[in-house]
Ligand binder design. Structure first.
Ligand code: GDP
Ligand code: ZN
Length: 365
């Protein structure tokens, strides 16, 4: 494994956010024999999990996950899972510990719930004071957080671009509409407000940064990390078939002991569009799809495709359609039927058996 950033540092379970809540859940769920580890990254059924021993490339195994149905079957970034450590930094995930909080978004179309992150204590909802700042967007994110039982803090970034008066007006507007709102105004250029932001972050607690692309989330997180880690956070993860795919880390450990999740789910689906009515667009595409000539139309080059026709005529935006397709694919992946899941389990079961045999051989030498 590459040793290219602070995520490879050894951190105890408490430093990773483990507490009595999860420990009780582990024992109660009958996972007493397994160790706990936290999901720091996820991509298409491959996970990077971290515990007091380091990081592991992990896959799901076992007949039954802790959660019985749907999208929640699968671990998400932020989850505590129970694992078997295997050779070569591999691990098998046996179950998910009960979640403290779940941050999720629902699409207007009939697409399943998409988990953004779990076990988040508080969310920083970032908007920049230039461009497309909007109170409605705060409202959307705040309600997302409220639904997940997560505290939300409004972060007004790029204060260097506006006057003190303008900032005061914006803060007043927020307080008027969201009476109890916590507001932190920052600038990563002047560093104004960054100490206040740091002070809001507690040791062992988990935070996420939400907000449209371009508002400065990565820049803020890099400031909190006191080094530029996000852009260098790419590593390779080996799948059980030996192919190499790239994944991006989503969890960062701050020098002060706070844990930060960079909003993984939203980057792909473009929350910027979501705020300005992507749900309507999705509904429209879903409705159009029903008019396609073939029931299993993939809206690619299929004849009689109503969706393609709408894109050609400009009725539907090609980028929005792409978002729709991505979200749908993701939903389908997570709704993969049981037979496929069993097959995956079997493949991985074989891998574990071989690995264990090799281990025993090594032990015998
Ligand atoms: P993200 O997409 O939310 O992660 O946004 P980035 O962190 O990539 O920042 C987007 C752009 O905003 C970059 O060009 C940053 O340099 C810029 N930016 C970030 N913070 C500030 C700030 O406080 N003031 C100004 N003027 N620009 C900023
Ligand atoms: Zn079609």
């Amino acid at each position: 494994m590459e040793q290219n950033n602070q995520n490879n540092q050894i951190i105890g379970l408490e430093g990773l956010g483990y507490d009595e809540f999860f420990e009780k859940g582990r024992v109660k769920a009958g996972f007493g024999g397994f160790g706990a580890a936290r999901v720091v990254s996820e991509q298409k059924g491959s996970y990077i999990v971290k515990n007091q021993n380091g990081e592991f490339f992990a896959k799901i195994t076992g007949k039954r996950m802790f959660f019985a149905q749907g999208r929640a079957d699968y671990p998400a970034v932020g989850d505590w899972v129970v694992i078997d450590e295997l050779p070569e930094n591999q691990a098998a995930i046996h179950g998910i510990l009960p979640r403290k909080t779940v941050l999720e978004r629902r699409s207007g179309a009939k697409i399943d719930v998409q988990i953004i992150a779990t076990n988040v204590d508080a969310a920083f909802v970032v908007q920049a004071l230039d461009g497309d700042y909007s109170l409605n967007r705060f409202e959307r994110y705040f309600s997302l957080c409220a639904a997940g039982g997560i505290d939300a803090i409004a972060v007004l970034n790029k204060t260097d671009l506006v006057s003190k008066e303008e900032l005061a007006v914006k803060a007043e507007e927020i307080k008027k509409r969201f009476v109890d709102a916590e507001i932190i105004a920052v600038s990563t250029i002047t560093d104004s407000g960054l100490d206040e932001l740091k002070a809001r972050i507690e040791k062992g607690k988990t935070y996420c940064f939400l907000g449209s692309s371009g508002v400065g989330k990565s820049t803020i997180i890099n400031k909190l990390l006191e080094k530029e880690a996000i852009k260098t956070g790419r590593i390779d993860i080996r799948t059980e078939r030996g192919r190499h795919t790239t994944t991006i880390r989503h969890m960062y450990f701050l020098p002060g002991g706070g844990i930060v999740i960079d909003n993984p789910g939203m980057r792909e689906v473009g929350m910027a569009e979501a705020a300005s009515g992507v749900e309507n667009v999705f509904d429209k595409i879903a409705a159009l799809a029903k008019e396609c000539k073939f029931g299993d139309c993939r809206h690619e080059n299929d004849p009689g495709c109503a969706v393609r026709a709408a894109i050609q005529s400009g009725e539907v935006d090609a980028a929005q359609f792409e978002n729709y397709q991505n979200l749908k694919k993701e939903a389908e992946f997570f709704e993969m039927d049981k037979a496929q899941r069993r097959e995956k389990d079997r493949d991985f079961g074989k891998f574990i058996k071989t690995a264990k045999k090799q281990l025993r051989k090594l032990d015998g030498l």
